[in-house]
Design a protein around this ligand. Structure first.
Ligand code: UDP
Ligand code: MG
Length: 327
C-alpha cells in the first residue's frame, strides 16, 4: 500500500557549493530512486536543497535541477545564516512534507549509501538515527585530535554527545516536532538532538574526502563553533571561572600571611617580580572571567531579542503543496 510507505526527505544545506551540486543531486537521486523501486519509501520522497545565501550560482543550479528532476526541491534563504541555521530551516520545512528527514552535507563527505540503512532503522521504529563516523582516516591528524578533545570536553561539561557524530542523521517527524519546541536562538543541533529523547540508534560509516570545493570550516571557524556549542548548552565554564576565582583568592590570602611573617622576621619582601607576575596573572584571570560572562550575557541578549533565525525567500515546494498542507 502506497500510503504506508514513508515519505523521506533529504535536507542539504548548500553554501557556495557550485562545484559539487550536480554530483550531489545525481548521487542522492540514485539513492532515492533505488529506495522507491525497492518499495521502501514513498514515491513522494525528495531532497531539499537549502541555499544558505550563496554568493555563487548555487541557487540557479538548484532551480535548474528542480525544473528537470521531480526529486529535487529547493529552499532559498534570504541571507547566509550559517550551517546550523540553514539546516534547521530545511528541517523545519521538511517536517511539514515528510515522515522523516535526513540531514547531510552537500560535499558528499558522508557516504550516501548509508541513507538506506537510516530508513531501515526508522522503519524498525527509531525516531532518531545517528550517523557515526567509523574511521576518520581522510581527516587530518589535527582535525581528528581536536574533534576528540571537543567531544571529551563536551562530555566533561555534562552534555550529552554522540561520539564522532556530526550532522548526518535521520529524524522522524515526531522528533522534528520536538526539536521545533526548542526556542533557542543559538542553535547547536548536535547538542540539542540528544536532549529530545525518543528511541534512537546509530549507524556506522566511513567518512570520505570532500568531493570538490573547499571546506567552509577553517580552524578559526571550528574553534568558534566549538566555543558556541559549549557556551550555548552549558553553564559549566562560568562555574569554573567562579571556582578558580575562589582558588586565586585563597592563594593571595596565603601569600599575604606569608609576607607578613617574613616582614616580622626582618627579611623584607623583595619580590617585585613576583608582585608584578601575580598582578598580571590575576589581571588575566579577571579578564578571562569578564570575557566569559560577556559571552553568556551576549547570548542572553540574542535570546531575548527573538530575532528570526532565517528568512525564507523562495520555497520551490510550497507552491505545489499549499492546498493539501493547509488542512
Ligand atoms: N554550509 C552552509 N552555510 C555556511 C557554511 C556551510 O550551509 O555558512 C554548508 C556547506 O555547504 C556544507 C555543510 O554546511 O554542505 C558543511 O560545510 P563544510 O563541508 O564546508 O564543513 P566541514 O565538512 O569541512 O566541516
Ligand atoms: Mg564537509
Amino acid at each position: 500500500m502506497a500510503t504506508e510507505k514513508p515519505i523521506v526527505s533529504i535536507v542539504v544545506p548548500c553554501y557556495n557549493e557550485e562545484p559539487v551540486i550536480d554530483e550531489t543531486v545525481s548521487r542522492l537521486s540514485v539513492v532515492l530512486q533505488g529506495m522507491m523501486e525497492e518499495g521502501l519509501v514513498s514515491e513522494r520522497s525528495y531532497m531539499l536543497l537549502v541555499n544558505d545565501g550563496s554568493a555563487d550560482r548555487t541557487w540557479e543550479m538548484i532551480e535548474r535541477h528542480h525544473a528537470a528532476n521531480p526529486l529535487v526541491s529547493g529552499l532559498k534563504l534570504a541571507a547566509n545564516v550559517g550551517h546550523q541555521n540553514a539546516l534547521l530551516a530545511g528541517l523545519m520545512q521538511a517536517r511539514h512534507h515528510s515522515d522523516c528527514a535526513i540531514s547531510i552535507d552537500a560535499d558528499l563527505q558522508d557516504d550516501v549509501n548509508v541513507i538506506r540503512e537510516f530508513v531501515l532503522k526508522f522503519l524498525e521504529g527509531n525516531e532518531i538515527v545517528y550517523g557515526v563516523r567509523q574511521s576518520r582516516a581522510t581527516d587530518t591528524w589535527f582535525k581528528r585530535t581536536t574533534a576528540l578533545a571537543f567531544y571529551r570536553l563536551m562530555k566533561s561539561m555534562g552534555l550529552k554527545v554522540v561520539y564522532n557524530h556530526a550532522d548526518y542523521r535521520l529524524m522522524s517527524r515526531r522528533a522534528l516536532e520536538q526539536l521545533s519546541k526548542f526556542k533557542e536562538v543559538n542553535v547547536f543541533l548536535r547538542g540539542l538532538v540528544p536532549l529530545i529523547g525518543l528511541k534512537s540508534t546509530s549507524v556506522y560509516y566511513d567518512r570520505q574526502e570532500r568531493f570538490a570545493g573547499e571546506s567552509k570550516y577553517p580552524l578559526k571557524k571550528m574553534i568558534s563553533f566549538a566555543f558556541e556549542g559549549i557556551t550555548s548548552l552549558s553553564v559549566e565554564p562560568i562555574r569554573m571561572v567562579t571556582l578558580s576565582g575562589f582558588l586565586f583568592f585563597g592563594v593571595s590570602v596565603l601569600a599575604g600571611v606569608y609576607s607578613l611573617f617574613a616582614k616580622l622576621n626582618g627579611s623584607t619582601v623583595t619580590g617585585w617580580t613576583s608582585l608584578m607576575l601575580s598582578l598580571w596573572f590575576i589581571g588575566g584571570m579577571v579578564l578571562i572571567s569578564l570575557g566569559l560572562i560577556g559571552e553568556y550575557v551576549g547570548k542572553i541578549y540574542k535570546e531575548v531579542k527573538h530575532r528570526p533565525l532565517y528568512l525564507i525567500e523562495n520555497d520551490l515546494r510550497a507552491a505545489a503543496y499549499t492546498e493539501r498542507d493547509e488542512t
